[in-house]
Design a protein around this ligand. Structure first.
Ligand code: SF4
Length: 353
């Protein structure tokens, strides 16, 4: 059976994995990585490889990406891609414009097992993990799409965020390998500081953080007491805040890395005076930054965002207490592409493509 090209690290492509599977010589493996990930060309007939290696690639390797794709663009140019996988399951990926670049929000699972109450993805439950090629394929497809739409998509893709559908640490091995492929200097060549992984606090996997390449860590916190976090994030009942903070303190980061904490602002629930004190108390010994995010609504959601003026006041209060805090602007909410809004079963039909 053919193996997906997008499942290979460069080393693996140049290493026989069994007595039945030969490999490309290192020189040609590097060339193949350049063709696919730099030139964005998966047509091996155009590669001018020696016949022997062209035949080998034809017989051993598949370059298939997604079955079908649907693309929606929001008023602010945020672009949402709906991908149909081999088994017809669907995932969404979001391309977000910033001043000088795009960031890409990747999915790592079909659905999600963790059921956070403010998240549309959580309503689906977990259907399955994505395989490495399905994670890498999101980046490659969208890089190609940007280059084919240069007239309107004029910025470079600079950042990757594992913040789409699914809990990335719940699919540890596939995410680890995809990250290695993203960082390969002869391929996509992302810098580690340009890749961020967001987790709800999956402690067993966080304990394995050092096995991952040195990417950025972001924690979806959203509540600073177990009482509230238990209510809005069921994972907290298994892995409470005390254990989470201890695990984070034990992680050794190279350089001056800070942990980012994402905190959606829910009116009347986690935006009160006492929440400021709880946050300060909880995070006081961690090198970190807090990102406040307006709550995004979705069909059937019962949460209301704190007003923007209140979010900025909350920020000032945290800053005065010594916590570095930013406010994140919502993007793509008119097409359900913003934080917490991804759910491919809603409103989009792949048959329309
Ligand atoms: S916030 Fe993340 S972990 Fe929670 S349900 Fe949504 S996708 Fe899953």
């Amino acid at each position: 059976m053919k193996q997906s090209f997008f499942n290979f690290t460069l080393e693996e492509l140049a290493t026989p994995s069994s007595k039945n599977r030969t490999s490309l010589p290192t020189f040609w493996a590097k060339e193949a990585f350049k063709k696919v990930y730099v030139d964005l060309n998966t047509n091996i007939k155009q590669w001018n490889f020696p016949t022997q290696w062209e035949t080998w690639l034809q017989e051993e390797v598949s370059f298939d990406l997604f079955k079908e794709v649907k693309i929606q663009q929001s008023n602010d140019q945020t672009t949402k891609f709906l991908f149909s996988l081999e088994d017809k399951k669907l995932i969404e990926t979001v391309l977000i414009p910033f001043r000088n670049h795009y960031s890409l929000c990747l999915s790592t699972q079909v659905g999600c097992a963790f059921g956070c109450t403010f998240c549309f993805t959580g309503k689906k439950g977990l259907l399955r993990n994505l395989k490495t090629p399905e994670i890498v394929g999101q980046v490659l497809f969208i890089k190609k799409w940007i280059s084919e739409n240069k007239k309107i998509m004029i910025k470079p893709l600079k950042n990757i965020m594992y913040m789409g559908q699914g809990e990335p640490l719940h699919n540890f091995e596939a995410v680890k390998k995809a990250s290695q492929i993203f960082l390969e200097p002869r391929g996509l060549n992302f810098a580690p500081r340009k890749i961020s992984l967001s987790t709800v606090g999956h402690i067993p996997a966080l304990k394995r953080w050092s096995e991952l390449p040195p990417i950025n860590l972001s924690v979806s916190l959203h509540a600073a007491t177990d009482e509230l976090r238990d209510r809005i994030m069921p994972i907290n009942k298994n892995y409470g805040l005390k254990g989470l903070v201890k695990t984070l303190k034990d992680i050794s980061f190279s350089g001056r890395k800070k942990i980012s904490f994402e905190y959606i602002m829910i009116q009347g629930q986690n935006d009160r005076e006492q929440d400021i004190h709880h946050l300060v108390e909880l995070l006081k010994d961690l090198p970190c930054q807090i990102n406040l995010i307006p709550t995004n609504s979705f069909p059937g959601s019962s949460f209301q965002s704190s007003p923007l003026t209140h979010i900025y006041e909350f920020k000032q209060r945290l800053v005065k207490q010594g916590l570095f805090t930013t406010v994140r602007k919502t993007k793509g909410d008119d097409i359900l592409a913003a934080c917490g809004q991804l759910n491919d079963s809603f409103n989009l039909s792949i048959a329309d493509i």
